[in-house]
Design a protein around this ligand. Structure first.
Ligand SMILES: C[S@@+](CC[C@H](N)C(=O)[O-])C[C@H]1O[C@@H](n2cnc3c(N)ncnc32)[C@H](O)[C@@H]1O
Length: 304
């Protein structure tokens, strides 16, 4: 029988695998950290709230798991200032080759974190088994009960375990940002990306292979206090807003920034991503106000 999880793993992380040989998202698809520094600015605000809730520890961590090219880690390092900036330690966790960036240390395994751990489009790149219904798999029974006979499903247990282990390493807050679905809206989404195009998911290392994340299952696996909200709402709650003004070059820059924020908050695109935020010895209410629960919008969004 074909071992989907092993083939997926070899295609991304085995010898010559897509990410293992150093392919980075910027060459193949667009992610929020690649839009500009605005996501990082919002995460610095979130980190400052975590820092305050922790009582301003001597060292504050920002851990970026599945860091890719390190753009998010570097932007957070660059934007954090004052007391937070002076106490900040930024770690990029990545299985592929590191990218030398000032102020960012690289590692291949998740360190203990006192501060904020972020997995931005990390969980969708964790390989899964694929089953065909009817299936006796216990994860499917719990999290994909609607699986029809003959239909395929990605079994999210490996992602649940990875997220639970990551959250367990944190004192502060852990945040997964990803596209995904809920038990009420499951669908088979396995696909590939290469050089800006969606392609068939061929397991030969020539393309990224990804599938939507069962964020509700990840939340339950990690447990503890958590919320699952949309990127659109979370960015606004962290103070990210746009105003266009000034004149000449200042006006042009403010207009470009407003366009980037609109892209990050587009409910049919990046704004439709789920933010799964766990408080780890910190109350979630100290980090975000009450927001509507995340509702994935399968009609308008496919990963890119
Ligand atoms: C889709 S890319 C996202 C990169 C970046 N966070 C972004 O949003 O632009 C996923 C990245 O996660 C990395 N990755 C997957 N599993 C990992 C693990 N267990 N530890 C560290 N990095 C991992 C991959 O090598 C890849 O670079």
């Amino acid at each position: 029988m074909f071992d989907w999880e092993a083939a997926w793993h070899a295609a991304l992380y085995g010898p010559g695998g897509f990410f293992a040989r150093g392919e980075k998202p910027f060459s193949h698809f667009r992610t929020s950290p690649l839009v500009g520094p605005e996501l990082a600015a919002a995460l610095v605000e979130l980190l400052s709230r975590v820092d305050a809730a922790l009582g301003f520890p001597p060292v504050v961590d920002f851990v970026d798991v599945g860091a890719g090219g390190g753009e998010l880690a570097f932007a957070v390092r660059s934007l954090a200032s004052g007391s937070l900036g002076a106490r900040l330690r930024v770690t990029a966790v990545e299985l592929g080759p590191p990218v030398p960036l000032p102020g960012v240390r690289w590692t291949s395994s998740i360190p203990a974190c006192t501060g904020l751990l972020v997995g931005h489009e990390w969980l969708d790149s964790i390989p899964c088994p694929v089953v065909t219904g009817p299936s006796s798999d216990p994860w499917i029974a719990r999290w994909w009960p609607s699986l029809a006979d003959g239909a395929q499903a990605e079994v999210g247990a490996s992602r649940d375990a990875a997220w639970a282990a990551a959250v367990a390493s944190v004192r502060g807050a852990a945040l997964a940002i990803d596209y995904g679905h809920l038990v009420s809206s499951r669908r088979f989404t396995l696909t590939g990306y290469r050089e800006g195009r969606q392609v068939p998911p061929v397991f030969d290392g020539s393309c990224d292979i990804t599938a939507h994340v069962a964020l509700d299952a990840c939340a339950a696996a990690a447990g503890g206090e958590h919320v699952l909200v949309s990127q659109r709402d979370a960015l606004a709650a962290l103070g990210l807003s746009a105003s266009v003004g000034g004149s000449g070059w200042d006006w042009l820059e403010s207009a470009a920034r407003a366009g980037r924020i609109a892209e990050l908050r587009d409910p049919g695109g990046l704004g439709g991503f789920g933010w799964l935020l766990h408080g780890c010895s910190v109350a979630v209410a100290d980090l975000l106000p009450s927001l509507p629960p995340w509702r994935p919008n399968p009609a308008s969004f496919s990963p890119a």
